[in-house]
Design a protein around this ligand. Structure first.
Ligand SMILES: Nc1ncnc2c1ncn2[C@@H]1O[C@H](COP(=O)(O)OP(=O)(O)OP(=O)(O)O)[C@@H](O)[C@H]1O
Length: 485
């Protein structure tokens, strides 16, 4: 059922703290912030905290002191990652020498996990805290040895002897995707969430929508022993000297975020939130970035590729993400664009159809500016932060406003300007108008392309189509590439 049609609203969602009234705050003025953290931020060239970061700081380190669980609905690119990373790092700073896993961040995709880890690394490396990654990039065994001291490694001069470090955590903070997290909870000896004090659920609506091996009940169950069992067998190697904060029965504090946070009581209740506080930018669930310019580009279906090519040409060297409706369309469109002979633009594909290694490589190259246009399907782009993306193009109009918000949000991030073009046929205009009404700040202008430019592209289009046909026939003759399963 469409979530927006539901009428029941949880009482605490009715009175949000309005983030749009908040101001930026100079880092030097942030109350209670450890001076080492201030200096790390200075080195990262961050001189002001964004409103969502100020508000979260207030509720976590400031007077709020993590006493309530927090749900945040704040636009794409508004700085949610740093908003939760800063208070966690500050709270974990007065750390003992013996490590244990005290903060867990769950995100839906590997590339996003890598991105979030990089933010934590930048903050924590100079401060002596360690951040781990559990995303299934390597085998469970290899991954666990990067997270926990396991017997067999670092044996020293007396191999076979008991080491006090066995099964001790190597990391203070873990960034994980849900499936691999559950693997570790269920299978990896020494991996424990018993000392967890902070749980962040980023891109929460996506993580709550899909079951991912029942990751949420598994995590909550594994952390419950935090409250009622501090002397269980598993703790035998970890208790001595481990800092659990002033209160050994510390409550697990939760921070739940999205640019399109679900209001569905059935889903939110799964989080078992403690006296939740809702922080939201504006009244509506969907809000577009302040400096986004939205355009519709009306054209007939059969000449859509021509309009896309003309548009890409007019955008010149600017970095651009093109969204299609499916992994198959992404693949086909990318191939077709690469068949246009005089289109001097480097274009690559990014979709769930590809192997993770290929996808991560493509993303890195895009980040470095090695090519300009990324053709993508939806699933993988949640939260993706690539500097310099000036344009988003919806080659296929999204079905839901939520999809539009996340796609458009790959540009106009951190207060920068950006444009989102949506290609549509005449019969889609009404539906698009309805869709956009669901979002705040969603004014949309029409963008036109002179018909002479389209006509001039017709013959190159025909040869591109023939070339594509040949490629398809060739690929059918070859055995299937197993790396793309
Ligand atoms: N205080 C700040 N000053 C300058 N830049 C910042 C600040 N906070 C965050 N940024 C930058 O803003 C960009 C967007 O931040 P982030 O990825 O956390 O956004 P987000 O709200 O999580 O977006 P999404 O909903 O798309 O995941 C990043 O490039 C980040 O480095």
């Amino acid at each position: 059922m469409d979530e927006e049609k539901r009428v029941a609203v949880l009482p605490w969602l009715r009175h949000p703290v309005d983030l749009t009234r908040g101001e930026q705050l100079c880092v030097r003025m942030v109350p209670f912030m450890d001076r080492r953290l201030k200096s790390v931020l200075e080195n990262m060239e961050i001189s002001n905290l964004f409103p969502v970061q100020v508000a979260l700081w207030h509720e976590t380190v400031g007077p709020g002191n993590f006493e309530r669980d927090l749900c945040i609905n704040s636009p794409t690119g508004s700085g949610k990652t740093l908003a939760y990373a800063l208070p966690i790092v500050q709270k974990l700073l007065p750390s003992s020498t013996i490590k244990c896993l005290r903060a867990l961040v769950v995100v839906p995709t590997r590339d996003l996990a890598l991105q979030v880890k990089q933010v934590f690394d930048a903050l924590t490396l100079p401060l002596g805290l360690r951040v781990g990654l559990a995303v299934g990039q390597s085998s469970v065994v290899d991954e666990i040895s990067s997270l926990v001291h396991v017997p067999g490694e670092e044996e020293g001069p007396n191999p076979g002897f008991f080491s006090p470090f066995w099964f001790q955590s190597k990391v203070d903070i873990l960034v994980a995707t849900p499936g691999r997290l559950v693997d570790h909870v269920n299978m990896s000896r020494g991996f424990t969430l018993k000392h967890l004090r902070y749980l962040v659920v980023d891109e929460a609506d996506r993580l709550l929508r899909e079951d991912y091996q029942s990751w949420l009940p598994t995590v909550l169950k594994s952390t419950q022993s935090n409250n009622d069992d501090v002397t269980g067998d598993d703790d035998v190697f970890q208790l001595g000297g481990v800092e659990r904060g002033s209160n050994p029965h510390h409550r697990l504090a939760k921070v739940v975020l999205s640019a399109t946070l679900t209001r569905d009581p059935g889903r939110l209740v799964l989080l078992n939130l403690h006296h939740p506080l809702f922080l939201s930018a504006g009244q509506m669930r969907y809000r577009l970035p302040e400096n986004l310019e939205a355009y519709k580009l009306i054209c007939e279906r059969k000449v859509k590729p021509l309009y896309l090519v003309a548009l890409l040409k007019s955008l010149g060297e600017e970095k651009c993400v093109v969204f299609t409706k499916s992994v198959e369309s992404t693949h086909r469109l990318c191939k077709l664009l690469n068949c246009f002979e005089d289109l001097q633009i480097d274009i690559k594909e990014y979709s769930g159809l590809q192997h993770q290694r290929v996808r991560s490589k493509t993303l890195n190259e895009f980040r470095k500016g090695e090519f300009q246009v990324l053709v993508s399907s939806d699933a993988m782009t949640r939260g993706m932060d690539v500097e310099g993306v000036r344009n988003v193009i919806n080659y296929d109009m999204p079905k839901y406003i939520k999809t539009y918000v996340h796609r458009a949000g790959r540009t106009a991030r951190a207060g920068q300007t950006g444009r989102c073009f949506t290609l549509m046929s005449n019969d889609e205009v009404g539906r698009f108008k309805k869709l956009m009404k669901k979002a705040e700040a969603s004014a949309c202008l029409e963008h036109t392309i002179p018909s002479c430019l389209i006509e001039a592209l017709h013959s190159t289009y025909q040869s591109a189509l023939s070339k594509l046909k040949e490629i398809i026939l060739e690929t059918r003759k070859k055995p299937k590439d197993k790396s793309c399963q």
